[in-house]
Design a protein around this ligand. Structure first.
Ligand SMILES: C[S@@+](CC[C@H](N)C(=O)[O-])C[C@H]1O[C@@H](n2cnc3c(N)ncnc32)[C@H](O)[C@@H]1O
Ligand SMILES: [Zn+2]
Length: 318
């Protein structure tokens, strides 16, 4: 019945318009089983359930910058989920906001059955990066109305995504609902900083989000300079956001990632914890950055590190 060359069991999918099951028909579309037989094109091997809308900058970003760094990606994935890729082998996994596919690739290589979902044309990059992994399926779709059934994933994670949605709480609920009872969910969101930092950031982003891409590229590049100067990077990055990665190309991508997207909300740990509890997850556990030291922990706990996160993992009640 499913003629589309997807490795996933299509019972995992649901029509975002009527919630009926979705089946492949030919190699160029999926069709829902509802009375209206809604159709979704499959273009360049990716089923398209939604168009880019407000999220274009991410398509530009992930298709432009080469950010796969396998060793670093494993460390980041572990820090932000509490899991090692091998823990997910043979499991059904949702990457909610797959971006350019760096984490989907990791866990697909480790043997997980992955659905990587993203609203932007970043899906093109994700698909390319995972092209040798038949167990990774990339979908272009909206987390505010995702084409996935409830209670189907053993693991789901969303790293740096929900705060870019116009309604992060609703997107969280949708991802949470897709997790099976007993399954696990990990979410990383931007942390709410002190009021002066928040106000300055809002003012800056009110400008940068209106810049043409060419100017934004220059701004992102300029900000790679302080991020490479040891003393300046400690102090300056508490005033305005710029990336402090060692690798200059990663700094460039990270700066663009901060200043380009239309939506960027910041959250508290208490807020994220309440979302997990409201969606039926047992006492979620905070995941803290792997950096340590008394000074770092103090500034982190006082919400002074711009671009740092609030990060939790929880298990859904059985
Ligand atoms: C900062 S990137 C993170 C990508 C990936 N998780 C990573 O860490 O490499 C955020 C991603 O969320 C996606 N995104 C934002 N809002 C979305 C939505 N409503 N539905 C699906 N994807 C969304 C963007 O297109 C973007 O690729
Ligand atoms: Zn339908």
């Amino acid at each position: 019945m499913n003629e589309v060359s997807y490795s996933i069991d299509t019972t995992t999918l649901r029509c975002p318009l009527c919630r009926s099951g979705v089946w492949g028909k030919g190699s160029d579309k999926l069709v829902c089983q509802g009375p209206e037989a809604h159709e979704f094109p499959v273009v360049r091997g990716i089923a398209r359930f939604a168009g880019e809308s407000y999220i274009e900058s991410f398509g530009v970003q992930w298709n432009r910058y080469e950010v796969v760094r396998p060793e670093m990606d494993i460390a980041t994935f572990h820090a932000k989920t509490g899991w090692f890729p091998e823990d997910l082998a043979g499991k059904n996994v949702l990457d909610a906001g797959v971006g350019g596919g760096r984490y989907a690739r990791l866990i697909g290589q480790a043997g997980a059955e992955v659905i990587g979902l993203d609203l932007s044309s970043a899906v093109e990059k994700a698909r390319k990066i995972c092209s040798d992994l038949s167990q990774v399926t990339i979908l272009q779709a909206d987390l505010l109305n995702p084409p996935v059934a409830e209670s189907v994933f053993d693991f789901a994670y969303s790293i740096g995504v929900l705060h870019h949605c116009p309604d992060p709480r609703k997107a969280f609920a949708n991802v949470a609902k897709s997790v099976k009872p007993g399954g696990q969910l990990a979410v990383w969101l931007y942390r709410k900083n002190s009021l002066p930092q928040e106000l300055l950031n809002k003012a800056l982003r009110a400008i940068t989000t209106r810049l043409p891409d060419s100017a934004l590229k220059v701004w992102a590049k300029l900000l790679t300079v302080p991020g490479g100067i040891p003393l300046l990077k400690q102090a300056g990055s508490k005033v305005i956001n710029f990336s402090t990665f060692e690798d200059k190309h990663l700094r460039l991508c990270d700066n663009y990632d901060w200043y380009a997207p239309e939506y960027q909300s910041h959250h508290t740990l208490a807020e994220l914890r309440s979302w997990f509890l409201e969606e039926g997850f047992e006492e979620p556990r905070e995941l803290r950055p792997e950096k340590s030291g008394r000074l770092y922990e103090w500034v982190y706990d006082h919400d002074l590190i711009i671009g740092s996160g609030v990060n939790m993992v929880g298990r859904k009640r059985s």
